[in-house]
Write a protein that binds this ligand. Structure first.
Ligand code: GLA
Length: 741
């Protein structure tokens, strides 16, 4: 619901939250409240919430006629630095060499209903959402700012974007235009971020907010392995199921900042948007520029409450809704099975084995094109390697289809190797400065996707393959970050180089959009050297992403725990790989690996021809069990049972759907002589229903919720008869079926 009260207050609310903003005494837009629902409120109540007699001391006042008003102590919807407020602002503009201090005053508003999905730019969509568009104007500087707020009936999320229009004769430059701004009256929170590196992405890191700025960012041209645009402010007493958490995420894949600034009075301003450090955009007379969308979330129910919000938002309003019901195929991917060392014959035998075991999609990874026998060559030359496929790729794809499987193919569309025709013919299509030296990563350069001709060329190369070979699935990789950012295309157009990073990402979205318009049923799996671009922008086009090049199941426990705070299980591609694991050389049992990977879309990435009959039987059994339970494992409601932490030894989580649950329990290292009785209290069950645990033990929902599932006994030195005798890397899956089904 969006209520406008006396043309002054805007109350955005539903049963679970309220977000209240208003027109301040100076005509600008102020923020009043975001939190538990206040329901419908009247003017009296709004006046009470807005009214503050307090006057901050030691401040500069906004103007002589408003002698007690300063922006410094006001929560604002879209603040500007240096206008009696010295905190960082959401917007920075200049005209020529003159810095502008915009003074956006309320002009009008509009309320609309619904938001269509449009492939041109990732943005939240929904039939039932309400949109409030507030138009603010700075007449003196001839600028208009439209702030859009979108809310949904079932979520606490507030989606925002900002659009600026230049009504003046002269161009202006935008140095900063943030997407999310959220003001909070206090700062008793930990700043939680999802950080890491290649092979260890999105681990949970937490630090207390303090006066000053706490910031995460990417300057790499992609949302990055190192930081994710998602961040949360977690009340210090929050648990899995209690406590306040605010969070912010961007529907964007490029350079970003997400920062929380705490001022001298301990209030907090959380902002997120395009990273201003690498952004300048020229806006000519009459033009407008729109920020990417961002979303903020609120919960009073701890981490599980947060995940209910972020998961539903991504699943129902970002990812294409058809993937809620369409099956995610069980993949066999040849990368860790063969690397570059394959030919059709070898792949045929892998495909046959995989089909026998029940796999549903063969994904041919890197190495099928040009003469790509190593990772130093042939990117940008998307022509099938006749040496590896003497009968053509369609021949192999047809064979895979005859086996009853879909066929998937790897591309790295944004890259070029120096030994290709593409590079030699179009050296100016590469992102590099006219300087002599250019950095190189994995032996490859980045193509200038800010240039539509480049995107067009790659589109047509991909189209040629997609039109001649039956392809159901694409793995879209991106293996290096941008350096010495410079576009000769922009130079020719006399556009600013500061526009490059954003235009690059728009080029990536454009290629996605063209491919999906032409092949709407294609499942595109996102990937960026693993999890280097795991964000809501990519998920708009790719319903699932390869989360990390680290396929070690132990490492994946942390990657999944972190990633799940912001993104649902359906977005993971989880593959069972060989041991010793190729990234960390760790040995784990096949059971453990399967028990971790079965939550979310499942795949196998190992040489099935090297496995024993016993292992093959186990895989076959797991695949057939997974198929029966796929809906709950991919689309079920996820919750954490054991406390979400930063350095856990044990993990327990559950998915639930239609009164059934599947629980995964994992212990990394065995502990000597532990207390034997530990319990895992479940949630979301019906207290009066009886449930069967793994088809054996019958227990009521009440007992399972209040007392809990008993953890498997550990070996304590003497209980040989009752313990699970596994040692390190223990796992256990419990299937909880309602007896009424
Ligand atoms: C990246 C991907 C891997 C694999 C290789 C191929 O590292 O993340 O899964 O596709 O490239 O070169």
């Amino acid at each position: 619901m969006i209520d406008v009260i006396n043309n002054k207050y805007f109350n955005l609310y539903n049963e679970s939250f309220s977000y209240l903003l208003y027109i301040m005494d100076n005509g600008q837009l102020g923020h009043l409240y975001y939190g538990d629902s206040l329901g419908k409120i009247d003017e009296n109540t709004a006046d009470y919430i807005a009214y503050s007699k307090n006057k901050a001391s030691g401040t500069v006042k906004y103007s002589p006629d408003l002698a007690s008003f300063t922006l410094a102590d006001h929560m604002q919807e879209y603040p500007t630095y240096g206008t009696s407020d010295y905190r960082e602002g959401a917007i920075s503009l200049s005209r020529g060499d003159e810095v502008l201090y915009p003074d956006f005053k309320f002009k009008s508003y509009k309320i609309t209903h619904g938001q269509k999905r449009d492939l041109a730019m990732p943005q939240a969509y929904g039939d039932d959402c309400d949109n409030l568009i507030i138009t603010l104007v700075d007449e003196e500087k001839e600028l208009t700012l439209d702030l859009t707020y979108t809310i949904f009936p079932e979520l606490t999320a507030v989606v925002r974007k900002a659009e600026i229009t230049n009504n003046g004769k002269d161009s202006i430059e935008i140095q900063n235009l943030q997407s999310n701004v959220l003001s909070l009256p206090d700062s008793n929170y930990d700043f939680l971020q999802l950080s890491g590196a290649w092979l260890k992405e999105r681990h949970i890191k937490k630090r207390p907010l303090e006066q000053g700025i706490t910031k995460i960012e990417s300057l790499r041209g992609a949302s990055s392995h190192q930081e994710n645009p998602f961040a949360a402010l977690v009340a210090r007493d929050a648990t899995n199921d209690t406590g306040r958490i605010y969070a912010s995420n961007l529907i964007y894949s490029g350079n970003f900042i997400t920062q929380a600034e705490v001022d001298e009075w301990g209030t907090c301003r959380l902002m997120s948007g395009i990273n201003p450090a690498t952004f300048t955009w020229r806006l000519n007379s009459g033009e407008h520029f729109t920020s990417p969308e961002g979303a903020v979330f609120y919960t009073n129910s701890g981490y599980n409450g947060l995940m209910r919000q972020t998961h539903a938002f991504a699943r129902d309003h970002v990812i294409d809704s058809k993937w809620k019901t369409k099956k995610r195929p069980i993949v066999i991917n040849n990368w860790e099975a063969t690397y570059f060392d394959f030919n059709e014959e070898k792949l045929v035998s892998l495909a046959k084995r995989a089909a026998d075991l029940g796999a549903e999609c063969f994904v041919l990874d890197d190495g099928w094109f040009g003469h790509r026998d190593t990772d130093r060559t042939s990117l940008g030359n998307w022509i099938v390697d006749k040496k590896k496929f003497p009968n053509g790729l369609a021949h192999f794809s047809d064979y895979v289809h005859q086996l009853g499987m879909q066929f998937g193919l790897w591309f790295e569309p944004e890259m070029v190797s120096p030994d290709t025709e593409l590079y030699k013919k179009h050296p100016d299509w590469v992102v590099r400065h006219p300087y002599k030296r250019a950095s190189i990563g994995r032996g490859q350069y980045v193509l200038d996707f800010a240039n539509p001709a480049v995107v067009d060329n790659i589109y047509h190369q991909m189209l040629a393959i997609l039109s001649s070979v039956k392809i159901d699935y694409i793995k879209w990789d991106m293996n290096r970050n941008i350096t010495e950012a410079y576009s000769s295309y922009l130079k020719k157009l006399a556009r600013l180089q500061g526009e490059f990073f954003h235009r690059y990402i728009l080029g990536v979205y454009d290629l996605y959009s063209r491919l999906l318009k032409k092949f709407p049923d294609l499942l595109i799996e996102g990937c960026a050297g693993g999890g280097g671009r795991f964000d809501l922008g990519i998920l708009y086009y790719s319903p699932q992403i390869w989360p990390s090049d680290d396929s070690d199941a132990v490492e994946r426990l942390d990657i999944m725990t972190g990633t799940l705070l912001a993104y649902p299980l359906s977005t993971f591609s989880n593959h069972v790989s060989a041991v010793p694991n190729d990234q960390v050389k760790r040995m784990t049992s096949l059971n453990f690996r399967q028990d971790v990977t079965c939550f979310g879309p499942l795949g196998y990435e190992l040489d099935l021809n090297k496995l024993s009959q016993d292992e093959l039987n186990k895989i076959k059994a797991n695949i057939s069990w997974y198929k029966k339970n796929r809906e709950i494992l991919v689309q079920g409601d996820f919750y954490q049972i054991l406390p979400v932490g930063t350095k856990n030894n044990t993990y327990a989580w559950a998915v639930s759907r239609n009164n059934q649950q599947i629980v995964g329990f994992y212990r990394k290292l065995a502990r000597p002589n532990e207390t034997l009785d530990h319990y895992l209290p479940l949630k979301d069950l019906n207290e009066k229903t009886n449930y069967l645990i793994n088809g054996k033990q019958k227990l009521s929902g009440k007992v399972l919720q209040t007392f809990g599932l008993r953890e498997p006994y550990q070996f304590n030195g003497s209980n040989l008869d009752t313990a699970q005798l596994i040692g390190d890397f223990q796992s256990y899956i419990y299937q909880i079926n309602s007896q009424n089904i």
